[in-house]
Design a binder for this molecule. Structure first.
Ligand SMILES: NC(=O)c1ccc[n+]([C@@H]2O[C@H](COP(=O)([O-])OP(=O)(O)OC[C@H]3O[C@@H](n4cnc5c(N)ncnc54)[C@H](O)[C@@H]3O)[C@@H](O)[C@H]2O)c1
Length: 263
């Protein structure tokens, strides 16, 4: 018996990066995976590799969720993974003083509205069995302030809080639907490319981005997928409303820990 046998799972933003790794890990453990993305070609590539089904789903479009609900009215695991930093189309100001209302809203529409819609769909699609697991991919940026990425940090913090609301709501309703958030730090995926660039200083930039990470390296998408596998499986039966950091130790301490004075 595999860990995800007989489970139907939807993963958003699964055409690449962390979402693709989660879809792959779930399929390897026996799940029927619905690989969704706003980029249907990439979703089809991943689905083809893992034996899943691909569907177009732009998470901010309510009508796409309605179509998914018509086709898949019953699921067991929902991973709200799709997310944007706001830097996808180039470096624009995302600090609290210079960000525009439109860029602020655009990031929240995907990250927060998308997660809200994904949770709403999942609760309805899990009601018949009165059980299931919802996994919301937040970020370490949802736990600390990020001056250069205000909307990203705000949206990820809201995802963390909404996760707890969903967990409590489901428990109140007597549903065995668990909802937990995962908080990765720097995971090397295509999301980082606009920030790392391809120039000669790429290696130095990579080193700088993880300079404060105790483990001194980027994480791998598979390392996030492994935690989602745990949360999606029945092994995590008593976990709901929880948050798990996957961050190489970054949030365990401070960049300026107190140290004894020199003798
Ligand atoms: N990579 C990291 O360092 C890191 C750290 C913390 C949290 N995260 C979070 O993990 C998740 C995945 O990140 P990633 O690094 O794999 O990103 P990525 O940019 O490599 O992949 C994101 C995927 O989401 C899809 N997507 C974007 N907007 C969408 C929308 N509106 N609807 C549906 N799909 C959409 C993209 O097409 C792409 O396939 C995101 O929520 C991200 O915020 C990533």
């Amino acid at each position: 018996m595999k860990r995800m046998d007989k489970k139907t799972c939807v993963v958003t933003g699964a055409g690449r990066g962390i979402g693709a790794a989660i879809a792959t890990a779930f399929a390897r453990e026996g799940a029927d995976v619905i690989v969704t993305d706003k980029d249907l070609d990439s979703a089809q590539d991943v689905a083809g590799q893992i034996g899943g089904q691909a569907r177009l789903l732009d998470v901010e479009v309510e009508a796409h969720w309605a179509s998914l609900a018509d086709e898949f009215p019953q699921i067991d695991v929902m991973v709200n993974n799709a997310g944007v930093t706001g830097f996808e189309d180039g470096i624009a100001p995302h600090d609290p003083e210079n960000a525009t209302l439109e860029t602020w809203r655009a990031v929240h529409r995907v990250n927060l509205d998308g997660t809200f819609l994904g949770c709403r769909y999942a609760i309805a699609a899990m009601r018949a069995k009165r059980a299931g697991s919802i996994i919301n991919i937040s970020s370490r940026s949802g736990l600390v302030g990020i001056p250069a990425a205000a909307a990203y940090a705000s949206s990820k913090a809201a995802i963390r809080n909404h996760t707890k609301t969903v967990a409590l709501y489901c428990a109140e309703q007597g549903l065995n639907i668990r909802c937990n958030s995962v908080h990765p730090a720097a995971i090397l995926t295509p999301m980082w490319e606009p920030l790392l660039g391809t120039g000669p200083d790429r290696a130095a930039r990579m080193k700088a981005f993880v300079a404060d990470t105790p483990m001194q390296r980027f994480g791998e998408a598979d390392e996030v997928a492994a935690i989602c596998l745990l949360l999606g499986s029945d092994e995590a039966a008593y976990m709901t409303g929880a948050e798990i950091n996957v961050d190489g130790g970054l949030l365990a301490g401070s960049a300026a820990p107190p140290a004894p004075a020199d003798a």
